[in-house]
Write a protein that binds this ligand. Structure first.
Ligand code: ATP
Length: 239
Protein backbone atom coordinates (compact mmCIF):
# COMPACT_ATOMS: atom_id res chain seq x y z
CA UNK A 1 0.00 0.00 0.00
CA UNK A 2 1.19 3.54 -0.76
CA UNK A 3 2.24 5.71 2.16
CA UNK A 4 -0.06 8.70 2.63
CA UNK A 5 3.01 10.96 2.69
CA UNK A 6 6.40 10.50 1.13
CA UNK A 7 9.33 12.82 0.47
CA UNK A 8 11.63 11.16 -2.04
CA UNK A 9 15.13 12.65 -2.28
CA UNK A 10 13.46 16.02 -1.93
CA UNK A 11 15.39 19.24 -2.46
CA UNK A 12 13.78 22.67 -2.27
CA UNK A 13 14.99 26.14 -3.09
CA UNK A 14 13.55 29.43 -1.93
CA UNK A 15 14.66 32.46 -3.90
CA UNK A 16 17.56 30.43 -5.29
CA UNK A 17 18.78 29.40 -1.82
CA UNK A 18 18.80 25.69 -1.07
CA UNK A 19 16.53 25.12 1.95
CA UNK A 20 16.10 21.34 1.74
CA UNK A 21 18.68 18.93 0.46
CA UNK A 22 17.95 15.33 -0.53
CA UNK A 23 15.46 14.58 2.21
CA UNK A 24 13.59 11.26 2.21
CA UNK A 25 10.95 9.98 4.61
CA UNK A 26 7.57 8.32 4.60
CA UNK A 27 4.65 8.62 6.98
CA UNK A 28 2.46 5.54 7.21
CA UNK A 29 -1.29 5.58 7.69
CA UNK A 30 -2.22 6.30 11.30
CA UNK A 31 1.31 7.35 12.15
CA UNK A 32 2.46 10.58 13.81
CA UNK A 33 5.78 11.78 12.41
CA UNK A 34 7.42 14.86 13.90
CA UNK A 35 10.09 16.78 12.04
CA UNK A 36 12.20 18.52 14.62
CA UNK A 37 14.61 21.32 13.80
CA UNK A 38 15.85 24.77 14.76
CA UNK A 39 14.89 28.04 13.14
CA UNK A 40 15.31 27.98 9.40
CA UNK A 41 15.95 24.21 9.25
CA UNK A 42 13.37 23.82 6.47
CA UNK A 43 10.42 22.43 8.44
CA UNK A 44 7.67 24.75 7.20
CA UNK A 45 9.03 24.56 3.66
CA UNK A 46 8.63 20.77 3.76
CA UNK A 47 4.95 21.15 4.61
CA UNK A 48 4.46 23.69 1.83
CA UNK A 49 5.91 21.19 -0.66
CA UNK A 50 3.26 18.61 0.31
CA UNK A 51 0.61 21.25 -0.34
CA UNK A 52 2.06 22.04 -3.74
CA UNK A 53 3.03 25.60 -2.79
CA UNK A 54 6.74 24.91 -3.32
CA UNK A 55 7.92 22.94 -6.30
CA UNK A 56 10.82 20.51 -5.74
CA UNK A 57 14.18 21.57 -7.16
CA UNK A 58 14.95 17.84 -7.23
CA UNK A 59 13.20 14.67 -6.09
CA UNK A 60 9.49 14.63 -5.38
CA UNK A 61 6.75 14.71 -2.82
CA UNK A 62 3.96 12.17 -2.98
CA UNK A 63 0.54 12.13 -1.38
CA UNK A 64 -1.16 8.74 -1.38
CA UNK A 65 1.46 7.55 -3.85
CA UNK A 66 0.77 10.31 -6.40
CA UNK A 67 3.29 13.00 -7.18
CA UNK A 68 1.89 16.29 -5.83
CA UNK A 69 3.08 18.14 -8.93
CA UNK A 70 0.90 15.92 -11.13
CA UNK A 71 -2.33 16.65 -9.27
CA UNK A 72 -2.10 19.45 -6.74
CA UNK A 73 -5.88 19.55 -6.21
CA UNK A 74 -5.94 15.86 -5.24
CA UNK A 75 -3.13 16.40 -2.72
CA UNK A 76 -4.80 19.44 -1.19
CA UNK A 77 -8.15 17.74 -0.86
CA UNK A 78 -6.52 14.88 1.08
CA UNK A 79 -4.81 17.25 3.51
CA UNK A 80 -5.89 19.56 6.30
CA UNK A 81 -3.15 22.03 7.12
CA UNK A 82 -2.78 24.00 10.31
CA UNK A 83 -0.35 26.86 9.80
CA UNK A 84 1.44 28.22 12.84
CA UNK A 85 -0.94 31.14 13.19
CA UNK A 86 -4.47 29.87 12.66
CA UNK A 87 -5.74 31.46 9.45
CA UNK A 88 -9.25 32.35 10.61
CA UNK A 89 -11.26 35.58 10.63
CA UNK A 90 -11.30 37.66 13.80
CA UNK A 91 -14.53 39.44 12.92
CA UNK A 92 -16.44 36.16 12.65
CA UNK A 93 -17.63 33.77 15.37
CA UNK A 94 -16.36 30.20 15.58
CA UNK A 95 -19.55 28.95 13.91
CA UNK A 96 -19.23 31.52 11.13
CA UNK A 97 -15.60 30.65 10.53
CA UNK A 98 -16.45 26.95 10.29
CA UNK A 99 -19.31 27.71 7.92
CA UNK A 100 -17.23 29.93 5.70
CA UNK A 101 -14.13 27.74 5.45
CA UNK A 102 -16.02 24.49 5.05
CA UNK A 103 -18.00 26.04 2.26
CA UNK A 104 -14.73 27.07 0.59
CA UNK A 105 -13.54 23.48 0.91
CA UNK A 106 -16.72 22.34 -0.80
CA UNK A 107 -18.14 20.64 2.28
CA UNK A 108 -21.20 21.22 4.37
CA UNK A 109 -22.07 20.26 7.92
CA UNK A 110 -24.88 20.92 10.38
CA UNK A 111 -24.70 22.95 13.58
CA UNK A 112 -24.79 19.65 15.44
CA UNK A 113 -21.68 18.56 13.52
CA UNK A 114 -19.99 21.86 14.41
CA UNK A 115 -20.79 21.34 18.06
CA UNK A 116 -19.50 17.79 17.92
CA UNK A 117 -16.17 18.97 16.49
CA UNK A 118 -15.98 21.89 18.93
CA UNK A 119 -16.70 19.51 21.80
CA UNK A 120 -13.86 17.27 20.69
CA UNK A 121 -11.42 20.18 20.89
CA UNK A 122 -13.05 21.41 24.11
CA UNK A 123 -13.87 24.92 22.97
CA UNK A 124 -16.20 26.30 25.66
CA UNK A 125 -19.86 26.58 24.67
CA UNK A 126 -20.10 30.21 25.66
CA UNK A 127 -17.29 31.17 23.25
CA UNK A 128 -18.73 29.64 20.12
CA UNK A 129 -20.94 32.58 19.16
CA UNK A 130 -18.30 35.16 20.05
CA UNK A 131 -16.03 36.77 17.48
CA UNK A 132 -12.55 35.26 17.34
CA UNK A 133 -10.91 38.62 18.01
CA UNK A 134 -11.79 38.06 21.67
CA UNK A 135 -10.20 34.57 21.71
CA UNK A 136 -6.91 33.47 23.23
CA UNK A 137 -4.37 31.82 20.94
CA UNK A 138 -5.37 28.40 22.30
CA UNK A 139 -9.03 29.01 21.52
CA UNK A 140 -8.20 30.05 17.97
CA UNK A 141 -6.08 26.95 17.61
CA UNK A 142 -8.95 24.79 18.84
CA UNK A 143 -11.27 26.35 16.27
CA UNK A 144 -8.73 25.69 13.53
CA UNK A 145 -8.43 22.06 14.63
CA UNK A 146 -12.22 21.71 14.68
CA UNK A 147 -12.24 22.93 11.10
CA UNK A 148 -9.59 20.38 10.19
CA UNK A 149 -11.68 17.64 11.84
CA UNK A 150 -14.80 18.68 9.96
CA UNK A 151 -12.98 18.46 6.66
CA UNK A 152 -12.47 14.75 7.45
CA UNK A 153 -9.24 14.55 5.49
CA UNK A 154 -7.07 11.45 5.84
CA UNK A 155 -3.94 13.57 6.37
CA UNK A 156 -3.14 16.37 8.79
CA UNK A 157 -0.14 18.70 8.55
CA UNK A 158 0.65 20.72 11.67
CA UNK A 159 3.11 23.62 11.82
CA UNK A 160 4.29 24.36 15.37
CA UNK A 161 0.87 23.37 16.66
CA UNK A 162 1.53 24.01 20.35
CA UNK A 163 3.54 27.22 20.22
CA UNK A 164 1.90 29.78 22.47
CA UNK A 165 -0.39 27.26 24.17
CA UNK A 166 -0.41 26.83 27.93
CA UNK A 167 0.64 23.45 29.42
CA UNK A 168 -2.93 22.22 29.90
CA UNK A 169 -3.86 23.14 26.33
CA UNK A 170 -0.68 21.39 25.11
CA UNK A 171 -1.61 18.17 26.92
CA UNK A 172 -5.15 18.34 25.55
CA UNK A 173 -3.79 18.93 22.09
CA UNK A 174 -1.42 15.97 22.31
CA UNK A 175 -4.26 13.71 23.44
CA UNK A 176 -6.39 14.88 20.55
CA UNK A 177 -3.63 14.26 18.00
CA UNK A 178 -3.04 10.76 19.38
CA UNK A 179 -6.77 10.02 19.16
CA UNK A 180 -6.89 11.19 15.57
CA UNK A 181 -3.97 8.95 14.65
CA UNK A 182 -5.56 5.99 16.45
CA UNK A 183 -8.66 6.59 14.34
CA UNK A 184 -6.45 6.27 11.22
CA UNK A 185 -5.46 9.83 10.37
CA UNK A 186 -1.89 10.32 9.18
CA UNK A 187 -0.12 13.20 10.87
CA UNK A 188 3.02 15.12 9.95
CA UNK A 189 3.94 17.84 12.41
CA UNK A 190 6.90 20.16 12.45
CA UNK A 191 8.17 21.71 15.63
CA UNK A 192 11.22 22.88 17.53
CA UNK A 193 9.76 21.52 20.75
CA UNK A 194 11.77 18.38 21.55
CA UNK A 195 9.60 17.48 24.52
CA UNK A 196 6.34 17.85 22.60
CA UNK A 197 7.65 15.85 19.65
CA UNK A 198 8.69 12.97 21.91
CA UNK A 199 5.39 13.09 23.79
CA UNK A 200 3.22 12.67 20.77
CA UNK A 201 5.14 11.21 17.84
CA UNK A 202 5.67 7.61 16.79
CA UNK A 203 8.79 8.74 14.96
CA UNK A 204 10.89 11.87 15.13
CA UNK A 205 13.20 13.08 12.35
CA UNK A 206 15.92 15.64 13.04
CA UNK A 207 16.23 18.30 10.37
CA UNK A 208 19.28 20.50 10.37
CA UNK A 209 20.01 23.10 7.73
CA UNK A 210 17.84 21.31 5.21
CA UNK A 211 19.15 17.82 5.85
CA UNK A 212 17.63 14.93 7.72
CA UNK A 213 20.40 14.02 10.14
CA UNK A 214 18.79 11.51 12.48
CA UNK A 215 15.62 9.68 13.37
CA UNK A 216 14.10 8.03 16.41
CA UNK A 217 11.17 5.67 16.73
CA UNK A 218 8.90 4.76 19.62
CA UNK A 219 9.28 1.07 20.36
CA UNK A 220 7.46 -1.54 22.43
CA UNK A 221 4.67 0.86 23.28
CA UNK A 222 7.12 3.27 24.99
CA UNK A 223 7.37 6.94 24.13
CA UNK A 224 10.53 8.21 22.44
CA UNK A 225 13.12 9.14 25.06
CA UNK A 226 13.27 12.93 25.32
CA UNK A 227 16.78 12.97 26.78
CA UNK A 228 18.23 11.00 23.89
CA UNK A 229 16.60 13.19 21.26
CA UNK A 230 17.48 16.36 23.14
CA UNK A 231 21.14 15.32 23.31
CA UNK A 232 21.22 14.49 19.59
CA UNK A 233 19.44 17.74 18.74
CA UNK A 234 21.80 19.87 20.84
CA UNK A 235 24.84 18.08 19.43
CA UNK A 236 23.68 18.59 15.85
CA UNK A 237 22.77 22.21 16.39
CA UNK A 238 26.19 23.09 17.73
CA UNK A 239 28.14 20.85 15.32
N1 ATP B 1 9.00 33.30 1.88
C1 ATP B 1 10.29 32.99 1.84
N2 ATP B 1 11.09 33.43 0.85
C2 ATP B 1 12.39 33.12 0.80
N3 ATP B 1 13.01 32.34 1.70
C3 ATP B 1 12.29 31.88 2.71
C4 ATP B 1 10.89 32.18 2.84
N4 ATP B 1 10.43 31.58 3.95
C5 ATP B 1 11.49 30.93 4.50
N5 ATP B 1 12.58 31.10 3.75
C6 ATP B 1 13.92 30.55 4.04
O1 ATP B 1 13.85 29.14 3.92
C7 ATP B 1 14.67 28.53 4.92
C8 ATP B 1 13.82 27.49 5.63
O2 ATP B 1 12.73 28.15 6.25
P1 ATP B 1 11.55 27.35 6.93
O3 ATP B 1 10.51 28.37 7.29
O4 ATP B 1 11.16 26.20 6.11
O5 ATP B 1 12.26 26.81 8.24
P2 ATP B 1 11.66 26.32 9.61
O6 ATP B 1 12.47 25.12 9.97
O7 ATP B 1 10.19 26.14 9.50
O8 ATP B 1 12.02 27.50 10.57
P3 ATP B 1 11.25 28.18 11.81
O9 ATP B 1 11.35 27.21 12.95
O10 ATP B 1 12.05 29.40 12.04
O11 ATP B 1 9.84 28.44 11.37
C9 ATP B 1 15.19 29.63 5.80
O12 ATP B 1 16.51 29.88 5.43
C10 ATP B 1 14.32 30.80 5.47
O13 ATP B 1 15.05 32.00 5.57
Amino acid sequence: MNSPLEARSLSLNREKNAVLNNVSFTVAQGEIFALLGGNGAGKSSTLLAFLGFLEPAAGEVLVNGESVGKDIAAARSAIAYLPEAAALYGHMTAYENLDYFLDLAGKSASKADYDKALNRVALPDEARSRRLQSYSKGMRQKTAIALALLRETPILLLDEPTSGLDPVAIDEFHDLVKNLASAGQTILMVTHDVYGACQVADRVGLLRRGQLVGSFAAENGERIDTETVHAAFAERETA
